[in-house]
Design a protein around this ligand. Sequence first.
Ligand SMILES: [Fe+2]
Ligand SMILES: [Fe+2]
Length: 319
Amino acid sequence: MSRTPREAALLTELEPVVAENLDRHLGLAQEWHPHDYVPWSQGRDFAFLGGEDWSPEQSRLDETAKAAMFTNLLTEDNLPSYHREIATRFGRDGAWGTWVGRWTAEENRHGVALRDYLVVTRGVDPVELERARMDYMTSGYDSGDKTPLEAVAYVSFQELATRVSHRNTGKATGDPIADRLLARIAKDENLHMVFYRNIVSAAFEIEPDATMRAVADEVMRFEMPGATMAGFRKNSVIIAKAGIYDLRLHHDEVIQPVLRAWKVFERTDLGPEGERAREELAQFLAGLDAQATRFVESRDRMRARLQARADEALTPLPR
Ligand SMILES: [Fe+2]
Ligand SMILES: [Fe+2]
């Protein structure tokens, strides 16, 4: 990927900030091992080795937990694409390059741990999972032609989105072992978010207008990386209905906290272009907030209807 001279200069200017945040990250990140989080005693052979193949009743996860685990694991699985995306944006040299390698190694651990857990506990169909992984990785993930600045803004939100979704998936499994594993992964995602968020903070100091534009654009066109995987739309609806990841969480727990950390609406250093981007962003957020409210209201109505139907079914018929 070719960079404009301005993009190259910004990456160089950010390099010391990357080095500092890389050190900070390495100081805070605790070593952990996927094998510790997997209940191996629950495992057994599949038919190929004389055991029994997967069947739906073996899973102790409900449909919601299955959909969320499946989506989260496949999202982690497409790491080679994400690596390509960030390696081409940030480069292989110096602190940027070291970060790209370290981040990739940490992310790979997430896929390893989730797959081991799901296969050992027979949480989801391993054949369906493998076929979906093949398809999704073969088609790959393409974030479009983001500039380095857009890429670093995007991942600030995306890492936090992943954190929220892993954390809430863990709670939704009803399994303390899965919950602990997903909480552990969520901690990593949070540190990744902090790293990228700090880089964007520094970019705001160097190029406030361009950074504001990149942030506004990335919020307005935000999409999770899994959007092209098999069953993504269907599974996202299940995930949203269960409150694992929905528009309300996206607005309140992902977009707003990151924008607050950058003091986006308090900055006094913007020129006309930055101001325009900020206004567009404010307008977009108002719309997103309203949409989130409508979604939660309709979900509440749906839950009330389901509850009423369940109550009715339990009420004995009059003789
Ligand atoms: Fe991850
Ligand atoms: Fe991450």
